[in-house]
Design a binder for this molecule. Structure first.
Ligand code: ZN
Length: 861
């Protein structure tokens, strides 16, 4: 499996396959250690392609037989597959292979999770199932026959519509046969198969044209009560895609399956979405409001892929953002409509800054459409997904809502059934609007976060904004061309009234000036409203101006952002100069929190402050060497200052936002809980945990229980509750994941590595389960001061476990190694400590291609 010298694949080398497939027939004879897969495929030459070597992918397959038109062909083995001598004419391919799902710990291809068979084929997992041109531009219709025994796998599912089902319980073992047929051509990465002892939560949806679709969420017996919320989210998504994008569902059934062992969040397999159980199972007792919100968004995301991803797929994996950026954009629009749009926007920007910005500004920086890779699984990144979505948001801002809708309709009309490219996507917008998008395309090809600097000038009743842009060099891209950046701007007069409503400036050049005449008194600009572009904004403005905008900005994003900037500046000067927390920030915050006309969820966001890792990034950016312990101290001091300054309003905020009604995961009550729990966090610094202890005892939902437990741990009062929590939830894996995370997240910086190490010895630390591995070691990397503690103990612990996990599950190992991506920010001692761990990992014999690529890029060799 491991490659001695991993190959680099380039976008510029793309060549079509050269063969067309009409139909694929697959038979699976399921067996835990020896599953037989029989494929019958009709191939014909693609006469548009001159060079047609017949190459099929395949990995870890035990070939039983291969026949071309009934005869044994000549086969040439190559790395990652075989080339076969075939006639230059239509022919029938037949192959039988044996695979071992039980031995498949990488969770790619066909594998077993708690006795259940399931698949994950994106990006290149189908080649572990049978010989096949495993590339997204080869689309075919699949018919799938599954054979097993009814005792172990009473339920068997594949893509499309169920055609045939037979069980004979008079025999032992009772044979069980199911046939599924998918009428829509699809690439192999959308193939799925599930078989096991599952129960369904069922429902139905009638589409806009009156077609009834049977819906089912399949789970292990015992999880039935956790399906209702996901089902509602699915129906809302189906309706929304009809209403907003005019897209109707196209099969008779839609199945979702929850799987405990899964590398990612979920997968949009045609008609058979497979979900990490953490991304679909929900109940008030076991799931937090944040879980509910995420589940709703992921269900929508995977459902929306049916049009943006499945009906129109990607020509090659370099085009991944074509489906992912657009589908994230669509799920974000959906969340805006289901919940509060300003709150959703702020949350998205927080996530972008926390995950995408460090990636874009460090050694792993890559364009939204990368131009080369060794392992495509390493490119399911925040840049491809979240920046990919931002790029679409900018496009919509630039062309306007109407033109966006027109372009999307053209996209669906023109490319339905295609494997398309970013060029196709942009061409649709050019044709629909008459606009030249060649400069806009740089958003897809240039990596790095543009830095936008604004200087103001006011003379003769005119405010002029001098705006410039610059993007720092990134790996492989020394020089950058100016990008087109939509900058939404509004103006307020000194009383706080809006005198210029939001208008979009198009920054095209390195430097440009924009004038606003006719203002007898100097207006205050509010720049980059709604975060209209994923950039860093530099504006030399003082704390009074920020406080003015915090009090008056009519744009909810920028109002929040003003508070955020005050908090940021306060923290940075306390790290650099040891200064006390900024009074303008604390006063402004109090005014906002007191304003009952503001949405509680929005006020809860106002109470947040930049993370320690964000501060480390900002300090590094400004030419300082960040000291994690100083950043930690400054953050704690600011929290304490907020608690002290707000001490008169916190009890009221807490009490007034208790939800008395029965639990609902809707935005309204969730926002109340968010504000009350943000207040609780600060109150705990004043009352030593008394309120939290009361809340813990009374809690009847996970949001309240977990917030109280976290606060108790902060107050060093949590040990008893922690034990009680474990005893209460020991049989619920998803809750026990939280139990693992919480202890690390709330540890003192000097203890975090020890706490994590101790937990790795816990009998429930099932490290081969990606959720559990991430719950513990992901929490350690999220604890900035703990992870970067000068002892280096956390670095070593993480490296130990990455080394252990790599042979078992390369994909999750590679993903978790990104914890080290920011290592060059820190002092030479820490760099040496991390460097030693990176060396140790890279020297492992047989290190996977996934991890090799990541460590090599992180080290910057
Ligand atoms: Zn997706």
């Amino acid at each position: 499996m491991p490659d001695a010298s991993p190959q680099t694949i380039y976008l510029k080398d793309y060549k079509p396959f050269g063969w067309i497939i009409d139909d694929v027939h697959l038979t699976f004879r399921l067996h835990p250690t020896a599953t037989r897969v029989i494929s019958r495929i009709r191939f014909r030459p693609d006469h548009d392609v001159h060079d047609r070597p017949f190459f099929l992918h395949g990995e870890d397959l035990k070939t039983i037989s291969i026949r071309v038109d009934g005869h044994e062909p000549t086969i040439y083995e190559q790395s990652g597959g075989i080339t076969v001598d075939v006639p230059d004419a239509p022919f029938n391919w037949e192959a039988e292979v044996e695979i071992n799902p039980s031995a498949n710990t990488a969770l790619e291809g066909l594998y077993m999770s708690n006795g259940m068979y399931c698949t994950q084929c994106e990006a290149e997992g189908f080649r572990k199932i049978t010989w096949y041109p495993d590339r997204p531009d080869v689309m075919a219709k699949f018919t799938v026959r599954i054979e097993s025994d009814a005792e172990h796998t009473p339920v068997m599912l594949s893509n499309g519509n169920g055609l045939y089902y037979e069980q004979d319980s008079t025999k032992t073992p009772a044979p069980n046969v199911t046939i599924y047929q998918d009428p829509w051509p699809k690439p192999a990465y959308l193939f799925a198969l599930v078989a096991g002892d599952l129960v369904a939560h069922e429902d139905s949806f009638t589409t806009v044209s009156g077609k009834e679709v049977h819906l089912a969420i399949w789970v292990r017996p015992g999880d039935e009560h956790k399906c209702a919320f996901g089902m509602e989210a699915l129906k809302k998504s189906m309706k929304w895609d009809e209403d907003v994008y005019g897209r109707e569902y196209d099969l008779d059934e839609f199945n979702i399956v929850a799987v405990d062992d899964f590398n990612m969040g979920a997968m949009e397999n045609k008609g058979l979405n497979i979900f990490n159980s953490s991304c679909v199972l929900a109940s008030p007792e076991t799931s937090t409001d944040a879980n509910f919100e995420r589940i709703e968004a992921i269900i929508a995301h995977e459902y929306f892929h049916n049009w943006t991803g499945n009906r129109i797929t990607c020509r090659d994996w370099f085009q991944l953002c074509l489906k992912e950026g657009l589908t994230v954009f669509r799920d974000q629009q959906f969340t805006d409509d289901m919940r509060s749009a300003p709150v959703a926007r702020i949350s998205n920007v927080l996530a972008l800054r926390a995950r995408q910005f460090p990636e874009d500004q460090g050694p792993l920086s890559h364009p939204v459409r990368p131009e080369s890779f060794q392992e495509i699984n390493n490119f399911y990144t925040a840049t491809v997904y979240e920046k990919g979505s931002e790029v679409i948001g900018m496009l919509k801002t630039l062309v306007g809502d109407e033109a966006y809708a027109k372009a999307l309709n053209l996209y669906f009309d023109r490319h339905d059934g295609d494997a398309a490219t970013i060029e196709d996507w942009l061409k649709v917008f050019e044709d629909a609007t008459g606009r030249d998008l060649s400069q806009f395309k740089r958003w897809y090809s240039q990596s790095g976060t543009p830095r936008v600097t604004v200087r103001e000038e006011y003379a003769q009743d005119t405010l002029t904004l001098h705006i410039s842009q610059r993007t720092a060099p990134t790996p492989g891209q020394e020089t950058k061309e100016p990008q087109i950046i939509p900058i939404a701007v509004g103006l307020l007069n000194p009383n706080g009234d809006e005198v210029q409503e939001t208008t979009v400036l198009e920054l095209r050049d390195s430097e440009q000036s924009f004038s606003f005449p006719g203002h007898a008194s100097r207006p205050v600009p509010s720049i980059l409203r709604g975060f209209s572009a994923p950039v860093l904004l530099d504006q030399e403005i003082d704390a009074d101006r920020r406080a003015f905008l915090l009090a008056h900005d009519t744009d909810p994003f920028n109002r929040w952002e003003s508070g955020r900037m005050l908090a940021r500046e306060s923290l940075l000067s306390s790290v650099k100069e040891g200064s006390a927390p900024n009074a303008a920030y604390l006063d402004g915050l109090k005014l906002v929190l007191r304003d009952d006309t503001l949405d509680p969820a929005y006020r809860a966001l106002m109470l947040g402050q930049p993370s320690q890792s964000e501060l480390a990034g900002l300090l590094h950016d400004a030419g300082h060497v960040p000291a994690p312990e100083a950043i930690h101290a400054a953050s704690e001091a600011l929290r304490q200052a907020k608690a002290d300054h707000l001490s008169d309003i916190l009890p009221g905020l807490y009490a007034d936002h208790q939800v008395e009604e029965p639990f609902s995961a809707e935005a309204g009550p969730a926002g109340q809980r968010a504000l009350a729990n943000a207040a609780l966090d600060l109150l705990t610094r004043l009352d030593g945990g008394a309120t939290a202890a009361m809340q813990y005892t009374r809690a009847d939902n996970m949001t309240q229980q977990l917030a109280a437990l976290g606060a108790l741990l902060d107050a060093d009062q949590g040990q008893e509750a922690l034990t009680a929590f474990y005893d209460q939830w020991r049989d619920d894996r998803l809750v026990i994941d939280k139990w693992f995370s919480l202890q690390v997240l709330h540890a003192k910086p000097g203890d975090a590595a020890d706490v994590a190490r101790r937990l790795t010895n816990h009998m429930d630390f099932d490290w081969k389960n990606p959720n559990r591995f991430r719950a513990l070691l992901g929490a350690l990397q999220m604890h900035h001061a703990g992870f970067h503690h000068e002892s280096g103990a956390a670095y070593e612990l993480l490296a130990d476990w990455l080394i252990r996990l790599d042979p078992v599950n390369p994909q999750t190992t590679a993903r978790m190694s990104t914890a080290f991506q920011t290592w060059k920010r820190y002092d030479t001692k820490r760099q040496a400590l991390i460097g030693a761990q990176l060396d140790r990992i890279s020297k492992q014999p047989e290190l996977s291609r996934d991890t090799t690529e990541m460590i090599t890029r992180i080290r910057g060799v």
